[in-house]
Ligand binder design. Structure first.
Ligand code: NAD
Ligand code: MG
Ligand code: MG
Ligand code: MG
Ligand code: MG
Ligand code: MG
Length: 339
């Protein structure tokens, strides 16, 4: 079994007296900055002018430009969108890095795929929460946390591991468990997880189910509840108690259907496709296409996003959710993202 670190295993002293610059105040940035601060760490937020800047100021942070924040800090945590990091790093961060400082990420993409090439004389590590930023914040305020991975790419000070663990503890992750990994493993597994299972796999599964029912003449509202809304209830059971715990709660009819039909839907062809997706992550094809897509101003990203927003499941869902005020868009409200 891998070693999992919890609060008691971590030396808080590693962060003592250090100033942390949280660069970016979006999904992860707001959560890290607030959690660090409430853990007693000195925080400065560096972000461009706009909605994120205003939100960080309203949340009570010292907010300055990216360059100013990075210049003044010992630990520089880069929480910009992955596709913006190289540009902002070159213009506003690189020249602020001097020996003794640490450059930190929440995802290994830019280091692993050589978009950011840090100087040799700074510590470089990652602390990657395995969950959305608004939950990194919400669980922290509830006394809990989101598990995280950490990895050291360069350890110049000899303290990089301790610093990474102290950082993970300060954002609440050592309450849930912190695991050591490498930049390669974190980057490849994170990309695979979000593409094949968590985001891509799930949205495509939901749409395929919804379309199958509506194309067979069933009411879209019924299909929405069956294939999207109820998913959360099932996933919560899996989150709390694993697959068996979820199966314990469902009817035996549902469980028998799970056993006989699940593997017919997610069959060997799907697994073969997953292997192809993983290969394209490992060989850099996915990264290259995403980098080029951004350089071209995202024509394909925007076209697909537009088409997806018009899917019938989105229209039906919007109407039905209006009638369920208890289903709030908590994550959208918590973050002034992308601004
Ligand atoms: P985000 O899009 O939510 O927020 C990015 C922030 O950067 C915003 O405050 C935005 O205003 C700011 N920003 C964007 N361009 C800028 C620029 N040119 N100059 C200055 N500021 C700029 O980003 P995010 O989803 O929190 O992702 C941040 C990092 O965390 C990424 O490396 C991502 O892979 C990683 N991560 C994200 C999540 C998640 O929950 N979203 C989970 C794990 C890891
Ligand atoms: Mg992830
Ligand atoms: Mg990711
Ligand atoms: Mg049912
Ligand atoms: Mg049962
Ligand atoms: Mg985002």
């Amino acid at each position: 079994m891998a070693k999992v670190y919890y609060n008691g295993d971590v030396n808080d002293g590693a962060l003592a007296g250090k100033r942390v610059a949280v660069i970016g105040y979006g999904s992860q940035g707001h959560a890290h900055a607030l959690n660090l601060k409430e853990s007693g760490v000195e925080v400065v937020v560096g972000v461009r002018k706009g909605a994120s800047f205003d939100k960080a100021a309203a949340d009570g942070h010292v907010v300055v430009s990216v360059e100013e924040a990075a210049s003044s800090a010992d630990v520089v945590m880069v929480l910009l969108p992955d596709e913006q990091q190289q540009k902002v790093y070159e213009a506003e961060i690189r020249h602020t890095l001097s020996p003794g400082k640490a450059l930190v990420f929440a995802h290994g993409f830019n280091i692993h795929f050589h978009q950011v090439q840090p100087p040799k004389d700074v510590d470089v590590f990652l602390v990657a929460p395995k969950g959305p930023g608004h939950l990194v914040r919400r669980t922290f305020t509830e006394g809990a946390g989101v598990p995280a991975l950490f990895a050291v790419y360069q350890d110049v000070s000899g303290n990089a591991r301790e610093l990474a663990l102290a950082y993970a503890k300060a954002i609440g992750s050592a309450r849930a468990g912190v695991l050591e990994t490498t930049f390669q493993e974190e980057t490849e597994t994170d990309l695979f997880g979000e593409q094949a299972v968590l985001c891509g796999g799930l949205t495509s599964l939901v749409k395929a189910g919804f379309e199958t029912l509506t194309e067979a003449g069933y009411q879209p509202e019924v299909a929405y509840f069956e294939c999207l809304h109820e998913l959360k209830l099932i996933v919560d059971l899996m989150y709390e108690d694993g697959l068996s715990g979820m199966r314990y709660s469902i009817s035996d009819t549902a469980q028998w259907g799970d056993f006989v039909s699940g593997p017919r839907v997610i069959d060997d062809r799907v697994k073969q496709s997953m292997k192809e997706v993983l290969a394209d992550i490992q060989n850099g094809k996915f990264a290259k296409e995403w980098i080029l897509e951004n350089q071209a101003n995202r024509p394909q990203f925007l076209a697909i996003n537009n088409r997806e927003g018009k899917h019938q499941i989105e229209q039906v869902g919007e109407e039905l959710r209006k009638m369920m005020p208890f289903v709030k868009q908590k994550s959208r409200e918590a973050v002034a993202s992308g601004a």
